[in-house]
Design a protein around this ligand. Structure first.
Ligand code: DGL
Length: 272
């Protein structure tokens, strides 16, 4: 592998981001890490997310990555600043690209955000949106059940549509014209979310936004002739990762390797 891009997520959902980056930069080598042993991140504390994110980054740095993409929205929301303090390579999260894209497509400046508990509680999308346009109106809604539905491969199940309807019916009374899908798993449900919200609402996919951002960043580099190489590391259950990964990518993520984490427990005296 030559100067790969590193991507990490709490699990398989970040493959939506991998997929878009692969399309945008087909010649770039990519190393992906999915923390399938410790997913979900969305319901965990800020401190835990920072700790896991640092460990994931250190592992990817050992794979000699030249740039890190934090595909996980919850990690992007809570850990980006801390990650930047501990590394000199460029680090990109999904929040800024998603916020920029939402503002570029919204006409009435009334923007909805759906995501995990952690992402919504952090207020990171709000901060990013407000710093770009102080006049925009923001409506956020945690929609945590959507992650296990995707993990369960219930993408086309009628229950999934019912849950999305239940989550969003009041939310839609706010005259929103754009919704940020602020979670790696949600682009997998884009079709059914669009059916529920109707075609007058634009769904913003953080995966697409970040791929566009990277394409711009690499635009001055000479185009390689050979296709990129891909390696996937997971912390548990590579078989399940391959099954769900095939659903997301439309092809088998072939080179999947399992890693395990060795650590010792210590008393945590810090407050975050
Ligand atoms: N990857 C997480 C995110 O984008 C969703 C899954 C989880 O809760 O770990 O926020």
């Amino acid at each position: 592998m030559k100067n790969p891009i590193g991507i990490f997520d709490s699990g398989v959902g970040g493959l939506t981001v991998f997929h878009e980056i692969k399309k945008a930069l087909p010649h770039k080598d990519i190393v992906y890490f999915g923390d399938t042993a410790r997913v979900p991140y969305g319901s965990k504390s800020k401190r835990t997310i920072i700790q896991y994110s640092l460990q994931n980054m250190i592992f990817l740095l050992q794979q000699h990555i030249e740039l890190l993409v934090v595909a996980c929205n919850t990690s992007s929301a809570y850990a980006i600043e801390e990650l930047k303090k501990h590394s000199s390579i460029p680090i990109i999260g999904v929040i800024e690209p998603g916020a920029k894209k939402a503002l570029s497509v919204s006409k009435n400046r009334r923007i909805g955000i759906i995501g995990t508990e952690g992402t919504i509680t952090s207020g990171s999308y709000e901060k990013a949106l407000k710093s770009l346009d102080a006049q925009c109106e923001i409506f956020s809604k945690p929609t945590p059940l959507l992650v296990p539905l995707v993990e369960e491969n219930w993408i086309h199940h009628k229950v999934t549509k019912e849950i999305i309807q239940e989550y969003l019916h009041e939310f839609l009374e706010n005259d929103i014209d754009t919704i940020i899908m602020g979670c790696t798993h949600y682009p997998v449900l884009k079709k059914v979310i669009q059916e529920v919200v109707g075609n007058s609402i634009t769904l913003v996919d953080s995966a697409e936004s970040i791929a566009l951002e990277l394409k711009k960043m690499y635009s001055s580099q000479p185009i390689q002739k050979t296709a990129g190489n891909y390696t996937f590391f997971v912390s548990d259950n590579p078989e399940k990762f391959k099954i769900l990964g095939t659903q997301i990518l439309g092809e088998d993520p072939k080179n999947v390797k399992k890693v395990f984490f060795t650590d010792a427990w210590v008393i945590d005296d810090f407050d975050v």
